[in-house]
Design a protein around this ligand. Structure first.
Ligand SMILES: [Zn+2]
Length: 351
């Protein structure tokens, strides 16, 4: 674990983070750059606010729903679901990918929240065997390039790809114009707040990693990470992905207070960085072993720079990992310590 590693004195980014430099008073280059770019970012977000309300106000009803909301049951996507219904008045379909590792208390939250908000809910559970094969391959082979894993662990990346592809399938099949998710600006780049989804462009950018997954797992990965040509060829209009949480200036406490009346409570059996998925502790462990830093460093540091979290709160989060959960998860995915050392060696050889 990375408890005693050298970190920026302002945020929590550590010495192993790619392209980090510690400058005057131990402040990192990302914090110093942030001070210079604040104005540009603020005007970008102001524009995004206008674009989002225009998009939602001028939506054309093509099917029964306005938006599919990727709903993990975590605090951020719960807040997004609430905003979609109560702030924007959208008729939403909540969608949850059940990866088999969602904490019991998170399921209770999910059921209470969708009932409180009165929304339809669709749960998709990939076969456990196939899901585990994809997760395993993601963790112990170099499926992704190093630079795609600076803000996310490899398993989370595969899992989120499954969520994104399934949400797009639902949107295309049901002619839903918007896809909403609980991403924050620490997780996605600022130009990804709103974008028109284009499957072919997306597929091209993912081809290399998809081929690696196919090699490891077989063509079955296509069922979860690809959309069939028959559906794509019929598409007249792609949906917009709209990440509405990125334009909200809101702290974690404010989010939790806002969703508490829906019946949402903090899960206890997950680590400090995830409010719903029990795989997360293991994913962070592998990422730290392989790359030497926690995949949440960037996201949490972003919140610190925005004044939405204190440095000590962020440190508490990444140090709050339930180590005893790692061995059972490794066993469930048939992963051994040596597998993690091997993938570290592969990535190290690419340095
Ligand atoms: Zn910093």
């Amino acid at each position: 674990m990375t408890n005693n590693i050298e970190r920026c004195s302002k945020c929590i980014q550590s010495k192993n983070y790619p392209k980090i430099k510690f400058e005057e008073n131990g402040v990192c280059n990302f914090c110093n750059k942030k001070n210079k770019s604040t104005k540009i970012e603020a005007s970008f977000i102001d524009n995004a606010k206008i674009k989002i309300s225009n998009l939602f106000d001028n939506r054309i009803k093509r099917g029964e729903y306005d938006a599919v909301v990727c709903y993990s049951g975590g605090k951020d996507s719960t807040y997004v679901l609430k905003l979609a219904v109560e702030k924007y008045g959208l008729n939403v379909l909540a969608f949850t990918l059940d990866n088999g590792y969602i904490a019991e208390v998170a399921w209770k939250n999910i059921r209470k929240v969708v009932d409180s908000l009165g929304v339809d809910h669709w749960v998709y559970r990939p076969s456990s065997e196939n899901y585990k094969a994809i997760a395993r391959a993601s963790a112990i082979t170099d499926v992704y390039r190093k630079n795609t894993l600076t803000r996310i662990s490899a398993i989370c990346n595969s899992c989120i790809s499954m969520v994104n592809i399934t949400a797009l399938k639902i949107a295309l099949e049901k002619k839903i114009p918007f896809i909403l998710a609980g991403f924050t600006l620490g997780q996605i780049p600022i130009n990804a707040i709103i974008y028109k989804n284009h499957y072919k462009f997306l597929a091209d950018s993912r081809l290399e990693s998809l081929n690696k997954l196919r090699e490891e797992v077989g063509d079955v990965v296509d069922d979860y990470l690809c959309i069939k040509d028959e559906l794509i060829n019929e598409v007249k209009e792609y949906p917009h992905n709209v990440n509405i949480l990125c334009i909200e200036d809101v702290t974690e406490t404010e989010i939790k207070d806002a969703i508490a009346p829906l019946g949402w409570v903090s899960p206890k059996d997950v680590d400090g960085c995830s409010s719903n998925c029990m795989l997360n502790t293991f994913n962070n462990y592998v990422h730290e072993e392989v790359f030497g830093y926690n995949p949440y460093e960037m996201e949490l540091s972003h919140l610190i720079r925005e004044g939405l979290m204190t440095r000590s709160e962020a440190l508490d989060k990444i140090n709050d990992s339930s180590v005893e959960q790692i061995a059972p998860i490794m066993a469930s995915l048939s992963i051994e310590k040596n597998d993690i050392i091997s993938v570290k060696n592969v990535y190290d050889s690419k340095r």
